[in-house]
Write a new protein. Sequence first.
Length: 299
Amino acid sequence: MDTDLLRAFVTVAECQGFSAAGKVLHRTQSAMSLQIKRLEDQMRQPLFERTSRSVLLTAAGERLLPYARHMLKLEDEAKDLLRGGTHGEIIRLGTSEEQAATYLPDLLPRFSAQFPHIQLEVQCDISDALVKRFQEGLLDVVLSVRHKPTQSGQLLGWEPMVWVVAEHAPLAQWPTLPLALNPEGCIFRAHALSALGREEKRWELRYVSQSPTGINVPVQNGLALTVKTPRSVPSGCRIVTEADGLPDLGHVEIELHQRPGHSSEAFQAFCQALEAVVTQHDNIACLGDGSRLISDPAQ
């Protein structure tokens, strides 16, 4: 059985679409369709149900999927063995700077000890931009804050958003709230402005930066307030309490995107280690038992 066809099949199944799968494998949509047609001809039955809105596995496709994944895993392991292990393998990770600062210090030493020859490329940006690069096949794994439903995102848990201000900042003395926020397109910014609008609070945007440093400096100096998660509160700052009279910001969903069809031992171990370090963190609402739907944020 042609493993190229199986890889196309697994990628389409995990992306739930030919176009998205083609971006991951750097092939056109028509080339992906042709490969699936060839595999279906070999299997003598359809593997996908195609509609104008979705691509779903048939019963035969569901039976084939675990075997296809296992065969691809064996192929990757054989290639690793003949190439002398994992030498030369590159894992391209996308995450925000604040997530990288929180999770990578725990993750990297353990992963490096297990796979010392893996090259890790880390790209830091806002989540929406990282997910787009992932969908274009430019990243292998992305840890992100969910902006909208995607076909590839695995929900890991929920994290609260909080208002953050300098410990000495005169919050009550600001008739108009000065804000330091990320550029447009950031979900933290959207939640902040929406919450202030509902409460009819007066505000003005004083500082805009894609970099945490560009946000943290004015906040730490008492010049503005911002929105963070509890894990990212900078030194010299505090979380605003209900007594300060600012509106509740709710929560954000944390998700993991993994490149479909990538089944090397090192890649799977990296994704599992990343998921573990995120879901074991104190500020993530999660079950910790391996479930994908982790917790109810209302609880």
